[in-house]
Design a protein around this ligand. Structure first.
Ligand code: NAD
Length: 255
């Protein structure tokens, strides 16, 4: 119940899917939360739901591709919660699969802007506030299993997520002397809105089944699965020595 009591978290991409799942799990473990997303109405809805349950939860607008928007979101989070101890850089975009020869430069650039530069800018904006919190602060980046075990057809997404994985590990080394931990969640195919993109734009029961059957445990990853892993890695007590950890949340996909 109180595994994150006293923690002040900023979660990007919290309007839906894994980010909303992480916010709900953090709320149930006693954290105060600022939920940030491009989708302002969506993120307000989740924040209102958590506030109605007694959690200290606020919604802010953010575009993770924009440094000044991130700085403003971090400043608001730090002010509202009187500090920031956890950044969850979770916001991201999916991609429809396509052959290498049909993957154009604009797609690759946009993928890098949101899925690689996004976490980079999020960490850079949050770091001064995390340093003010000091020892015990942490960063969690939602990467993807594709950065551990590649699959064909997702060049922009896979390349950008691999860069986010590199960021996670190198920042973990740099911040270790300050006792600030940096970890990554590497989920497999999730039961979220993004799955429609990975399914080529059309999602139905048959496509879900196909994705699920490709995973050793035979089911899709849920926001609750990701929320549970995020609570563990963000707990300064339970995960005190966990840093630079690329944690698969993947029903066995990356074995
Ligand atoms: N669903 C999967 O199969 C899967 C697998 C591995 C990793 N991931 C990663 O998990 C994270 C969450 O994805 P999800 O599956 O919950 O998808 P989702 O589409 O449900 O949620 C993504 C959220 O990010 C927000 N967002 C997108 N661009 C943004 C921007 N520029 N600024 C701020 N917010 C923005 C969206 O509005 C949305 O609320 C992403 O980083 C994604 O790449 C997803």
């Amino acid at each position: 119940m109180d595994r994150l009591k006293g923690q002040h978290a900023l979660i990007t991409g919290a309007a839906s899917g894994f980010g909303a799942g992480i916010a709900r799990a953090f709320a149930s473990e006693g954290a105060s939360i600022v939920l940030a997303d491009l989708n302002v109405d969506g993120v307000r809805k989740v924040a209102d739901e958590l506030a109605a349950q007694g959690c200290e939860a606020y919604a802010v607008s953010v575009d993770v591709g924009d440094a000044s928007s991130l700085k403003a979101a971090v400043a608001e989070a730090e002010e509202r919660m009187s500090g920031l101890s956890v950044l969850v850089a979770n916001a991201g975009i999916g991609q429809r699969p396509g052959d290498f020869s049909k993957t154009d430069e604009a797609l690759i650039e946009h993928q890098f802007k949101i899925n690689a530069l996004g976490p980079y800018l999020s960490c850079q904006a949050a770091l001064p506030a995390l340093r003010r919190h000091g020892e015990g602060a942490s960063i969690l980046i939602t990467v993807s299993g594709i950065a551990l075990v590649p699959r064909p057809g997702l060049y922009g997404y896979g390349m950008a997520k691999s860069a986010a994985g590199y960021l996670m590990k190198s920042l973990a080394l740099e911040l270790a002397p300050e006792r600030i931990r940096v970890n990554g969640l590497f989920p497999a195919v999730g039961d979220t809105a993004m799955l429609q993109e990975f399914a080529g734009g059309k999602r139905d029961e048959a496509t879900d089944m196909k994705f699920a059957e490709a995973l050793p445990l035979g089911r899709l990853i849920t926001p609750e699965d990701v929320g549970a892993a995020a609570v563990y890695l963000s707990s300064p007590k339970e995960a005190a020595v966990m840093t630079g950890c690329a944690m698969p949340v993947d029903a066995g996909r990356c074995i």
